[in-house]
Ligand binder design. Structure first.
Ligand SMILES: [Zn+2]
Length: 322
């Protein structure tokens, strides 16, 4: 799973903050316990004295005395444990992840708990920007699409049932390295479907980036021309598990935007990383708006999902007025 350094850094900080908070919390509870149970302090002092005497015995070769002290210390520890247990205070601060003991690393590798937090953070970010909760497969209403065939002999409802199934399968079987191209005019539910895909894939714990083509290009532009030398945003677009580009073709077309779109699409294809593109353009219009290279990359490697029907937003608005 690929998360940007920015996200991973934030996730690691969360792991460390959580552990520090647990330590502070434990210290407070411990202090309170010692205040109300002075015998705890006495036991600690006794253990300390006996331990240093035991060390001296070991050095001087007085094994019998050493063993006696060792036993006494063990008994004191049992008493202390009993008191702490009665106060429901554990022996040490709470550890959230037994794998990495809240350090964030196992054998020099990032622990799964950090990746889980990173994925939760991505989800939280996306949900704050998009109506993720309203856009699920379960509430994609096929009744908005006419069942009767149109002049081309196509039933929009049948066609959209097929598109819905392709998107659902794509999300449920993720990762498969497949790519989707959702085409069709505005208001046919393309954004709903791509958000539904994002929803399922995010919940599986993958890193998903979702953005309109214009916003993604703006971000790449900003990073390319600022002086920090940072490539974090571009790296994230090229390495996230799933990239969803909404509304391709509505952005302001420049040589920069065309080459940015090509680079992202091409890099992700070479890496076997999935991309979902939604657009109002058909393939011919894509090759006119961009170039043959972009169009041929898409034709060769994306599953085409053509949306049919009438503008759902208009129908919904009309129904709301009734
Ligand atoms: Zn961990």
């Amino acid at each position: 799973m690929a998360f940007s350094t920015e996200v991973l850094r934030a996730a690691l900080k969360k792991v460390s903050d959580r552990s520090k908070a647990a330590e502070r919390d434990y210290e407070l509870k411990r202090e309170a316990a010692y205040k109300t149970n002075p015998e705890l302090q006495q036991i600690d002092t006794d253990i300390q004295i006996k331990a240093s005497r035991m060390t001296m015995c070991l050095f001087s070769g007085n094994t019998a005395e050493g063993e006696r002290l060792h036993k006494e210390i063990a008994e004191l520890k049992v008493t202390k444990d009993r008191i702490l247990k009665a106060l429901s205070l554990p022996e040490s601060p709470e550890v959230f992840c037994p794998q990495c003991k809240d350090t964030g690393y196992v054998n020099g590798q990032l622990c799964q708990c950090v990746k889980d937090i990173a994925s939760e953070m991505c989800y939280a970010t996306l949900i704050s920007q998009m109506p993720l909760d309203e856009s699920k497969f379960e509430n994609f209403d096929l009744n908005y699409y006419r069942a009767e065939k149109d002049e081309n002999g196509i039933s929009p409802r049948n066609q959209m049932t097929a598109v819905l199934n392709v998107c659902r399968e794509f999300a449920e079987n993720f990762p498969t390295g497949k790519n989707l191209l959702l085409t069709g005019s505005s208001g046919l539910g393309k954004t709903h479907l791509s958000l539904a895909v994002a929803n399922v894939v995010l919940k599986k714990g993958y890193h998903v980036i979702y953005g309109s083509a214009q916003n993604l290009i703006n971000e790449v532009n900003r990073e390319t021309f600022d002086r920090s030398g940072s490539t974090e945003k571009i790296d994230a677009l090229n390495t996230c598990d799933l990239l969803i580009i909404d509304d391709l073709g509505t952005e302001f077309s420049t040589q920069f935007s065309v080459s940015t779109v090509y680079n992202i699409i091409n890099t992700r294809l070479m890496r076997g990383l999935s991309t979902v593109i939604s657009t109002n353009l058909n393939i011919k219009q894509i090759s006119e708006a961009y170039n043959e290279r972009v169009a041929s990359r898409i034709i060769g490697s994306y599953e085409l999902c053509t949306c049919f029907g009438n503008d759902i937003r208009l129908i919904k608005a009309r129904n709301a007025k009734k």
